[in-house]
Write a protein that binds this ligand. Sequence first.
Ligand SMILES: NC(=[NH2+])NCCC[C@H](N)C(=O)O
Ligand SMILES: [Mn+2]
Ligand SMILES: [Mn+2]
Length: 313
Amino acid sequence: MRNVSGQDTGHVKTQQQEVALIKVPFGLAGARNGAELGPDELITAGLKREIASLGFPLNREVRVDCPAQSATPLGRKTVKYLNEVQQVSEHVCQEVASALEEGAFPVVLGGDHSVAIGTLAGLTAHYNNLGVIWFDAHADLNTEEHSLTGNMHGMSVAAFLGHSTFNLSQIKGAGSFVHPSNLVYIGLRDVDDYEKEQIRALGIRAFTMHDIDRMGMQHVIDQAMVIAGDGTEGIHVSFDMDCLDPREAPGVGTPVPGGLSYREAHFAMECLAANNRVVSMELVEVNPLLDQNRHTARLGVGLIASLLGKSIL
Ligand SMILES: NC(=[NH2+])NCCC[C@H](N)C(=O)O
Ligand SMILES: [Mn+2]
Ligand SMILES: [Mn+2]
């Protein structure tokens, strides 16, 4: 990866590194229809042009085959579309793992946040000890038993930590669970009671909006890079667009007031780009049906570009 001065910053990512675009048009695990349109919307908003102008060749551009809505959600009544999530996760896992084998940098485009289960499956196939920075208003730490909604986009973190019944071990090709000490949240402000208990019980580090208000994004992102980066083989950035304030990113299925500003989000991405430990990213929960003038998709494209090293000067 190029750092902010345009220099090659070492082994993880170089200017010549290829980017693997993995589009996952899957929205059945979210709260509202429309997240399945996210990948195409990000492409329409100019993502490929941005990646090309940063100098990264494309390793692949794939569209993961995703099941359409079935008449009745499969799986247990309280867990919606479990079989579909499992199927999509296996496809995403394969694409991410094979991109990594070819030395590419995966950029996974959701879709709802359940696509992270497949991304983490593929990443853990390649890395034994991975760090994760999870940008989100939500903790996505529910399990089948504890979820209040049955929406699996609220269970992805539990799945890759191995705390839900459906977890990485059920996905063909996945590696071992992520260690909770290598996970860090940024942007939390809507956390269910069970999730709060789990964050405490597992000792997961979390920077809520309160912490960002108090310490500023610079301190928060510096700490996050230490938590996810020290002693790991690399950092995966999972970016749920609802971490942003709904005034910045209205096109999301589960908006929560009081989120990150435009500059806080970009600044975090710019710091991550300069840090050179990031090995993959995903951007999820862009919902064009709820968006205004493609605003959220354009913001998403800009944030991916910042993470890939785009700087102001
Ligand atoms: N990826 C997301 N937007 N997740 C929202 C989850 C909301 C809520 N905690 C639930 O379990 O349904
Ligand atoms: Mn999420
Ligand atoms: Mn969220």
